[in-house]
Ligand binder design. Structure first.
Ligand SMILES: *[C@@H]1O[C@H](CO)[C@@H](O)[C@H](O)[C@H]1NC(C)=O
Ligand SMILES: *[C@@H]1O[C@H](CO)[C@@H](O)[C@H](O)[C@H]1NC(C)=O
Ligand SMILES: *[C@@H]1O[C@H](CO)[C@@H](O)[C@H](O)[C@H]1NC(C)=O
Length: 373
């Protein structure tokens, strides 16, 4: 519908003549207008999304230490609404919930409660009716395993893994500060988490002088355990053995892998998304911390791991065997499971060979330590 009148110049030969035009208006039909404006809107939204994702996000990440901390720790409860005081609700028999109070790294006057589970070894569930943790730990001579979980987890997550560990160990599964119900409202940082674990070791040794103490880290827990062992060594403390499941080399390399998938092509990727994290002290430099691990090491990766590429575990292994003095500091073993097993990031302990690997590793550690003394 169009009701304009206008003059139109019409060309005839070399001269122009004006003619009166009635309804010559070229208004587009409604569907075309909608289409064009729709396309403009979509293009605008794509541009906006692009700016937000590839410019806004890196800049926000760069400027926000809380965001860097959140995305490198992901301290979200998984499983949700955990019932830590009732391990049986997860089907785990012979397990007890307990807390250890540690001094805060930043302010020794501030005390933080670290939540943990004590999981009895399969071979000795006789204490099943006793919930006196001190009593159980002081009387046992079983090998004790500190288990360190990774991001997006709490101590109620690796239920199946505990079933494998408890074949050989008494397990202490710890929630690092900021995870689960460990130290809510506390500063989560690499030195603070490591300081808590050094205190936990001393707490355990204070109660139990007989057992061998092992460490098992998964994912971020491997970074935490390597750094903890380095700190322990500074106090002349060396545990019996260290198992690294799905480890990475450094946080920087892990960020390069994960965030690099989407942002790696940006010229400012390193400057905004990798470097600032290290500048803020989130390093997890396992490649250098492992040089101060003075006990045998077992490294396990799955070749189909989509979260941490298994080549980072291989890198760590190469450092462990070439840059450590194996005869004095202990050998390292590297096991990588083929992709077709489908273990990915969380499930290498499902492999039927793992109980034997653990047993062999314990033997390696026993031999190493008996040759030392
Ligand atoms: C727990 O056991 C320890 C060591 O056997 C003992 O000293 C302590 O009194 C016990 N605590 C309770 C509450 O029974
Ligand atoms: C990232 O930046 C750091 C420091 O600026 C540099 O040492 C490192 O080599 C860079 N990494 C890559 C992959 O560009
Ligand atoms: C270290 O362990 C590997 C097997 O993982 C073995 O082949 C090698 O001989 C060991 N090295 C030493 C010095 O014991």
């Amino acid at each position: 519908m169009c009701c304009c009148t206008f003059k139109k110049r019409r060309r005839s030969g070399d001269s122009y003549s004006s003619v009166e035009g009635a309804c010559m208006c070229r208004m587009w039909p409604l569907w075309k207008m909608i289409l064009v404006w729709g396309l403009v809107a979509v293009a605008g939204l794509i541009l906006l999304a692009f700016i937000l994702v590839f410019i806004g996000f890196p800049i926000t990440f760069w400027l926000s230490y809380p965001l860097q901390r959140f995305l490198t720790f992901i301290p979200i409860n998984s499983p949700k609404n955990p019932t830590f005081d009732d391990p049986l609700s997860y089907g785990i028999q012979g397990a007890y919930n307990f807390y250890v109070t540690v001094q805060d790294y930043y302010d020794p006057d501030t005390l933080t409660k670290i939540g943990a589970w004590l999981i009895l070894p399969e071979s000795d569930m006789t204490n099943v009716n006793s919930a006196n943790i001190t009593d159980i730990l002081s009387k046992t001579d079983k090998d004790i395993l500190f288990y360190f979980h990774g991001v997006l987890a709490n101590r109620a997550k690796p239920i199946n893994q505990y079933g494998v560990f408890r074949k050989k160990f008494m397990v202490i599964a710890v929630d690092h500060r900021g995870y689960g119900d460990s130290g809510t409202d506390v500063e989560m940082s690499e030195p603070a988490i490591v300081s808590d674990h050094v205190q936990l070791y001393k707490w355990l040794r204070g109660i139990n002088q007989k057992s061998n103490i092992y460490y098992w880290g998964h994912s971020l827990g491997t970074g935490i355990s390597c750094h903890t062992l380095k700190k322990l060594k500074a106090e002349s403390i060396v545990p019996r053995g260290l198992v690294l499941e799905a480890p990475f080399s450094t946080m920087a390399e892990e960020i390069h892998y994960v965030l690099g998938k989407f942002f790696g092509w940006l010229a400012y990727f390193n400057a905004t998304m990798v470097k600032p994290v290290g500048d803020n002290g989130i390093l997890w430099q396992s490649v250098s911390n492992i040089l101060d691990v003075d006990c045998p090491i077992l490294i396990m990766n799955a070749e189909d791991d989509g979260t941490i590429p298994w080549t980072l575990g291989q890198k760590l292994y190469n450092v462990a065997i070439t840059q450590r003095d194996i005869s004095k500091q202990g050998n390292a073993t590297f096991v990588h499971f083929p992709a077709d097993k489908g273990y990915n990031h969380n499930d290498v302990t499902k492999d039927p060979s793992v109980p034997q690997l653990i047993e062999d590793f314990i033997t390696t550690c026993d031999n190493f330590w008996s040759n030392k003394t």
